[in-house]
Write a protein that binds this ligand. Structure first.
Ligand SMILES: [Zn+2]
Length: 166
């Protein structure tokens, strides 16, 4: 073994924990459960609607004020395709994506379902086009991020696309 060979280090984490979600996250998750809607909170200083709702703006540090619902449609901004099993995540392969829901100024991460992942390259190519998506809720939401997922909307036909060329 030369000094350039990379070493491995054994580790083991396995812990259960409970944390206080706070006022804003509590309402955000209750809105999923009770009203099947995704809520953002408005920064009165920069006027951005932060999704998921948070107590303070990450840019201005101002306390957020009004609550507004967003979506259910939005634009997929970026994604990753996970091919390794992780505790707490669905069986791989899975797609995770950041989506800016309509009306929101920040993106929200969740699972994308409904794509045929037998051809990952083809899915990646389609997702790179930053497609439009919609939110789908589970039958019986229980106030967790797993209450909903994203699904791609059909590609608009060329006749639906408004030309922007001068
Ligand atoms: Zn702000």
């Amino acid at each position: 073994m030369s000094s350039n060979d990379l070493i491995t280090i054994q580790g083991h984490w396995n812990f259960k924990y409970t944390y206080f979600a706070g006022e804003v996250a509590t309402r955000f998750f209750n809105e999923l459960k009770d009203n099947r809607r995704i809520m953002g909170s408005l920064c009165p200083s920069c006027n951005r609607l932060l999704v998921p709702a948070r107590a303070f703006c990450d840019a201005c540090m101002a306390r957020t004020t009004d609550w507004r619902s967003v979506g259910p449609e939005g634009t997929l901004e970026t994604f990753t395709i996970i091919t390794t099993a992780f505790p707490g995540l669905p069986e791989p392969p899975i797609v995770m994506a950041y989506v800016t829901l309509d009306g929101a100024d920040t993106a929200l991460i969740n699972v994308v379902r409904g794509e045929d992942l037998s051809d990952i390259q083809a899915v990646a190519k389609r997702l790179n086009e930053q497609p439009r998506v919609t939110v789908r809720f589970v039958e019986d939401p229980n106030g967790r991020i797993t209450d909903f997922w994203f699904e791609l909307l059909p590609k608009p036909s060329t006749s639906d696309v408004k030309g922007t060329a001068a």
